[in-house]
Design a protein around this ligand. Structure first.
Ligand SMILES: Cc1cc2nc3c(=O)[nH]c(=O)nc-3n(C[C@H](O)[C@H](O)[C@H](O)COP(=O)(O)OP(=O)(O)OC[C@H]3O[C@@H](n4cnc5c(N)ncnc54)[C@H](O)[C@@H]3O)c2cc1C
Length: 403
């Protein structure tokens, strides 16, 4: 049932070879270039070299399901490829498949006008710019998106935007070109018709980056996450996506795919951490025996393997459902993977850290960074509790109204 498609089988070995030949060997050089630059907010030259090579080999925009704009792989076909990209922090950008650009590209491909696609989607697809998705706000509980309070007001041929956003990923990237901003066009409308989304160029007067926000102390340079102020920012009316009151509709389309991509990548990350753990415990001898011979370590290995496989199967199942039925009908499964996978990855990475002893705490092996990644995804794109609530609601409804 879960055999990869012929297209996946054709691309996967090429992608894996590219990772071995170019991406893993570039990880240290990338970090060294970041540290050697005038600041860490400069794009390392090696990233542009990697992008050019990946594009030349046709390993580019693999996420793009719309054949007009990319290879047209379904989610099920893309899952094993995305998982491989999750193995390295520099891989998603190498293949032009990184968040939040992927979600923004999908929004523009699916809902954007021809003008919006030409002006904003094209440079994103070519990897010339990066982008921001600005929904979360510091002043309101943003896991409930009906709270979003930024105003987007019509004024003649323009919209005027006022609000404060934060945790906006890519906000510090030197190539960041625009933000898709969510805000209220009509606070008096029905609850799910109040919000809209507008494209805001970052050089528009009134847009400012207030500060950079780290994640457990990691700066995530050169893209980072920022707090942003939008003060009387004017954009042409044609920058509104799809129309007034359609913000929720767009968010639902965007977040479903964003969530499953995060989960696919986390499975790859967990695999890499488990592999590192296996190497370490075979080589490290304590109290006269390799660590690999200790029952507790062996149990950790077995539990990690079971949990990764369970998570992968659920993600593949969800990917297939999305392909067949769409995001809406797969929302229960999307909520499930969003809980299951980051928690699984957190546990697997934590075991790998433990098995590395003091070395697991250093940046040398990338473990703390990986742990922060898994942990933040228990909040980013919706906290665990909100997804549990969604599942419970659907289950209770099913109990009342059985098929
Ligand atoms: C590294 C990182 C990157 C991010 N990138 C982006 C981005 O690019 N763009 C963007 O717009 N946002 C981004 N976010 C924001 C993220 O999506 C929000 O933090 C998240 O949706 C939660 O919103 P909040 O922070 O306002 O938490 P709140 O809504 O204040 O919730 C706080 C806590 O309350 C609890 N809670 C909430 N609802 C319920 C409930 N129904 N039942 C029980 N408990 C509940 C949960 O424990 C939750 O964690 C990012 C966040 C991080 C950490």
């Amino acid at each position: 049932m879960y055999d990869p498609s012929p297209r996946t089988l054709e691309i996967l070995p090429r992608l894996q070879a590219f990772m071995r030949q170019h991406v893993y060997p570039a990880e240290r050089a990338y970090e060294a270039q970041l540290n050697a630059g005038p600041s860490r907010w400069v794009q390392p030259a090696i990233m542009e070299e990697l992008k050019a090579k990946a594009r030349a080999e046709g390993l580019w925009n693999l996420f793009m399901a719309d054949p007009e704009f990319g290879p047209g792989l379904g989610n099920f076909e893309y899952a094993p490829l995305c998982e491989v990209m999750g193995r390295s922090p520099i891989a998603p950008e190498t293949f032009n498949c990184s968040a939040p650009d992927v979600g923004n590209m999908e929004v523009l491909a699916r809902y954007g006008s021809k003008t919006q696609q030409e002006r904003w989607l094209k440079p994103l697809l070519e990897g010339r710019i990066r982008s921001i998705f600005a929904m979360t706000e510091p002043d309101v509980a943003s896991s409930d998106a009906t709270n979003i309070a930024t105003r987007i007001l019509r004024d003649g041929g323009n919209y005027v935007i006022d609000g404060r956003k934060w945790r906006s990923s890519n906000a510090c990237h030197p190539h960041a070109g625009f933000a898709i901003v969510m805000g209220k066009t009509d606070p008096a409308a029905a609850k799910h018709k109040q919000q809209s989304m507008a494209i805001v160029p970052l050089d528009a007067p009134g847009v400012s980056l207030m500060r950079h926000l780290p994640v457990f102390g990691f700066d995530h340079a050169p893209y980072g996450h920022g707090e942003m102020l939008f003060r009387a920012v004017r954009v042409p009316a044609e920058n509104l996506i799809l129309g007034e009151g359609r913000g929720f509709e767009i968010a639902q389309g965007r977040l479903g795919l964003g969530r499953i991509h995060h989960c696919m990548r986390l499975i790859g990350l967990a695999e890499r951490m488990l592999e590192a753990m296996l190497r370490r415990v075979r080589a490290r001898v304590a109290f006269g025996r390799p660590l690999a011979e200790r029952d507790t370590i062996r149990a950790d290995i077995a539990n990690s393997r079971c949990e990764i496989e369970q998570a992968r199967l659920l993600v593949l199942h969800t990917a297939r459902l999305i392909d067949r039925l769409g995001n809406k009908d797969a929302r229960r499964q999307i909520a499930m993977i969003k809980i299951v996978v980051p928690n699984m990855a957190q546990r697997v990475i934590d075991r790998a850290i433990q098995a590395h002893g003091g070395a697991g705490m250093t940046g040398d092996f990338g473990r703390p960074h990986a742990l922060a990644e898994a942990r933040y995804l228990r909040i980013g794109d919706g906290p665990d509790e909100v997804h549990r609530e969604a599942i419970a609601k659907l289950e209770l409804k099913r109990a009342l109204d059985p098929a």
